[in-house]
Design a protein around this ligand. Structure first.
Ligand SMILES: Nc1ncnc2c1ncn2[C@@H]1O[C@H](COP(=O)(O)OP(=O)(O)OP(=O)(O)O)[C@@H](O)[C@H]1O
Ligand SMILES: [Mg+2]
Length: 283
């Protein structure tokens, strides 16, 4: 037996007496069912949209990581290419050829280490940290740069004690220093200048400071320089190449992954100082 509920809408306002709709329980159940179905369809659509969003975020992440790997390999390939070209153009100079080949062998090894480390970083694998000497790491990085700074009228001064050690993934520490030094050199290209690298220990941390007298950073850009893909370097703007804007984003990742940080201070037109703080190797 179906129960029929007849709802009378009592007239609230005078003159509404003639509006007395009848709603049956069957109507209500049908309405409820259709609302339920609509809600289920909405929920399904919502879930599909969420999963599409997650996939896009993952793909964007893969895009950034791939671009970072390309950027870091390029940092190594450029000096290797310069050495190889030098040797190829001077075949009679056996000493130069020997030196160039040595650099290419070391460069290939480093490129392999960088790839390995970055792929591990991308897949979230932890990499073993080792005691890394700051002075030795800086020397190795300077050795990898093919072009002599003095050719661009840039002087480089190191005020780094020989006994400062941090706990780090060696290849990542090298990449960190290399990106900062390459940026400093680019900031001084054309006009020349001075790069002073200092390091010291401060209780539990080691601080490494890179101060250049280059072009400096415009105040409106300073908050953006660590953003992936932010760059002010373009051929159209008088630079010898287009930047990717990934060097500092990578540096920030590496510093954070080591429990450290990276900060910047700059005066547009006068120079820039980057400060890297890393936990010291326990003694
Ligand atoms: N020492 C510096 N002096 C002046 N500007 C700097 C310095 N270091 C970084 N910048 C600014 O920060 C921006 C981002 O640097 P980042 O290293 O991330 O990318 P990039 O150098 O432009 O490109 P890439 O690293 O691919 O060569 C640079 O484009 C530049 O504007
Ligand atoms: Mg850079």
């Amino acid at each position: 037996m179906s129960i029929i509920i007849i709802l009378y809408f009592t007239n609230i306002y005078a003159g509404c007496n003639d509006f007395q709709p009848e709603i049956t329980l069957t109507d209500l159940l049908a309405k409820r069912k259709s609302l339920h179905l609509a809600l289920r369809a909405q929920k399904l659509q919502n879930e599909q949209l969420k999963s599409r969003l997650n996939r896009s975020a993952a793909l964007a992440n893969i895009g950034t990581i791939s671009a970072m790997i390309a950027h870091e390999i390029n940092n190594i390939l450029t000096p290797m290419g310069t050495y190889a070209e030098l040797a190829a153009n001077n075949p009679q100079d056996s000493e130069l050829t020997r030196k160039a080949l040595g650099k290419v062998v070391i460069g290939c090894r480093r490129a392999g280490d960088i790839l390995d480390s970055m792929l591990k970083m991308a897949s979230g694998q932890t990499q073993p940290k080792q005691p890394c000497n700051i002075a030795e790491t800086l020397e190795l990085v300077m050795d990898c740069l093919a072009r002599d700074f003095s050719k661009d009228s840039i002087t480089v001064k190191f005020e780094v004690p020989l006994d400062l050690t941090v706990s780090a993934v060696p290849v990542q520490l090298q990449q960190l220093f290399m990106n900062i030094i390459l940026n400093a050199r680019e900031a001084m290209l054309g006009s020349g200048g001075r790069l002073v690298v200092k390091a010291w220990r401060d209780t539990a941390n080691v601080i490494i400071e890179f101060a250049d007298t280059g072009c400096g950073i415009k105040p409106e850009n300073i908050d953006r320089i660590f953003e992936p893909f932010f760059t002010t370097k373009s051929v159209g703007d008088g630079h010898s190449r287009n930047g990717t804007g990934l060097g500092l984003a990578f540096c920030k990742e590496v510093a954070a992954a080591h429990g450290g940080s990276i900060t910047v201070n700059s005066q547009y037109g006068f120079g820039t100082t980057f400060c890297i703080t890393l936990p010291a190797q326990p003694q």
